[in-house]
Design a protein around this ligand. Structure first.
Ligand SMILES: *[C@@H]1O[C@H](CO)[C@@H](O)[C@H](O)[C@H]1NC(C)=O
Length: 468
């Protein structure tokens, strides 16, 4: 796949027509305006029913308990910056479980979210997502560490896939974010190449430069049209990676490689917990205090020709997809796109609830499950069931019992002048898409816009070029 400069322009064009040779990407930024909606809704896994856990959802306003085919394309508005992107992007919401009162849960608010669109080299063209394509990455059931250990692995030829991590830059890694010899059964596992990342929740607060806790989720980029749009458990595959060129299995269509970065305002809780090197106050909405079950969902609501143009002509990178040239349909001109929760209600921020939505029990790492105990953080007798429920599927039925309003003001992320030190700069990379999050501009965010994020500079822009 190495082309020398002796190739003529014509032959390069011929090669390009047969596939993609240059790596390009663009980040779709969701600034600090919150989600489109939240709730016990998941039209991929639980269509037409109450979802098992609470999600935060970005994107097109035609989201609901069922989403089929081209339904999203008719959305009146979207939280995406591109007018013709009515896709939905969602994740399991993060909560704070008060260490001093295990029956008290508060939402961790979203800071902002980035969705990377990687357009990778390969012999096949990268095609737009077909409208209505449903994808899920990660595993909501698991409370066990991935077989891949602390690192991301997206290449089936390199061993078991692990598409999810947590990233948590700190001004100092003494003590380390994960126990040095962790096997994942009692705490998470550090990424061997990055002290600021790993699988499972880190044990110390993220206090790097404007750097709250980040949920990282990669998606597979090979779609099998024979399986179809709705069969999210079987319709996608991970491409193999040969020196940066991606290959999909026979009969699959190559689509963009999505990567979610979800930044949570965990720093608002810094004075509410004391790290002990063993436990964290974080719990995912599905009752997971380990962080292993992090997952993301996507339904495409792209106008296909708009996305095709972006794939073929844009390499805006971290400056943002909204900086792509000549985007068909242009930029989103509707502010504040929000819809009510399709089921239940959007939970208030800064409010204590005495159970997780759906009354999910907390299991894993000393909460039963993994360690063999049976301690549940919420007593069975609790009357606090969310109860958005089957009995009132469209309704505002039920609610958490709100214990009290904390009225705690949103805190400003800790901002220090110091850069987060980059560590192990020379370690070999066995996976390719390390996050490229050097520059972040947060439009309307009420907090100082971080000028720099410190993720893996050693494998930043240069890394992409250097790989091939
Ligand atoms: C998800 O995790 C559960 C529990 O560890 C496991 O049994 C199941 O096979 C996993 N599912 C997938 C699709 O890997």
């Amino acid at each position: 796949m190495k082309f020398t400069t002796t190739l003529t322009a014509a032959s390069l064009a011929a090669v390009a027509a047969a596939g993609k040779d240059a790596f390009s990407f663009a980040v779709l930024r969701f600034d600090g305006d919150g989600f489109l909606t939240e709730g016990l809704v998941d039209p991929i896994v639980n269509p037409g029913a109450q979802a098992s856990h609470y999600h935060g959802v970005m994107g097109g306003s035609n989201f609901g308990t069922t989403v089929e085919g081209e339904q999203l394309l008719d959305s009146k508005c979207t939280t995406a910056k591109i007018k013709n992107d009515k896709s939905n992007y969602w994740i399991n919401h993060l909560f704070f479980q008060d260490p001093n009162d295990p029956n008290s849960f508060e939402k961790v608010d979203l800071f902002y979210m980035n969705v990377y669109y990687f357009f990778e080299p390969g012999d096949q063209d990268v095609e737009p997502f077909p409208a209505g394509l449903k994808m899920l990455s990660g595993n909501t059931t698991t409370r066990s560490p991935p077989a891949a250990g602390g690192k991301i692995n997206l290449d089936p030829n390199q061993g078991p896939i692990n598409p999810v991590q947590w990233t948590c830059p700190r001004t100092s890694y003494d003590p380390p974010s994960y126990p040095a010899d962790s096997d994942g059964s009692m705490a998470g596992i550090q990424d061997p190449q990055n002290q600021g990342a790993g699988v499972g929740f880190p044990l110390y607060p993220c206090d790097g430069y404007a750097s709250p806790h980040r949920q990282d989720i990669h998606f597979p980029s090979c779609y099998n049209p024979k399986v179809g749009l709705d069969d999210y458990e079987n319709n996608m595959a991970w491409p193999t990676n040969n020196g940066g060129r991606m290959s999909c299995p026979e009969g699959y269509i190559r689509v963009p490689h999505l990567f979610y970065e979800v930044y949570w305002k965990t720093d608002a809780f810094n004075d509410r917990w004391t790290p002990d090197g063993k436990t964290t106050p974080w719990v995912l909405s599905n009752g997971d205090p380990t962080g292993y079950s992090s997952h993301g969902d996507f339904i495409s609501g792209w106008d296909e020709e708009t996305l095709r143009t972006i794939i073929n002509t844009c390499n805006a990178g971290t400056s943002g997809m909204d900086k792509c040239p000549n985007i068909p349909g242009g930029l989103n001109d509707v502010q504040d796109c929000k819809i009510p929760a399709p089921l239940g209600k959007v939970l208030a921020s800064s409010t204590k609830f005495n159970s997780l939505p759906g009354n999910n029990k907390v299991t894993g790492w000393g909460h039963g499950g993994v360690t063999g105990g049976s301690v549940e953080s919420t007593p069975a007798s609790s009357s606090s069931a969310y109860d958005a429920g089957a009995a009132s599927p469209t309704g505002a039925g039920g609610a958490f019992i709100e214990q009290s309003s904390t009225n705690s003001p949103a805190e400003t992320p800790v901002v220090s002048a110091a850069s987060t030190p980059e560590n192990n700069p020379n370690v070999e990379v066995v996976w390719d898409y390390v996050t490229v999050t050097e520059t972040t501009t947060i439009g309307a965010a009420p907090t100082p816009a971080p000028a720099k994020r410190h993720a893996r500079h050693n494998h930043g822009h240069g890394g992409f070029a250097g790989r091939r």
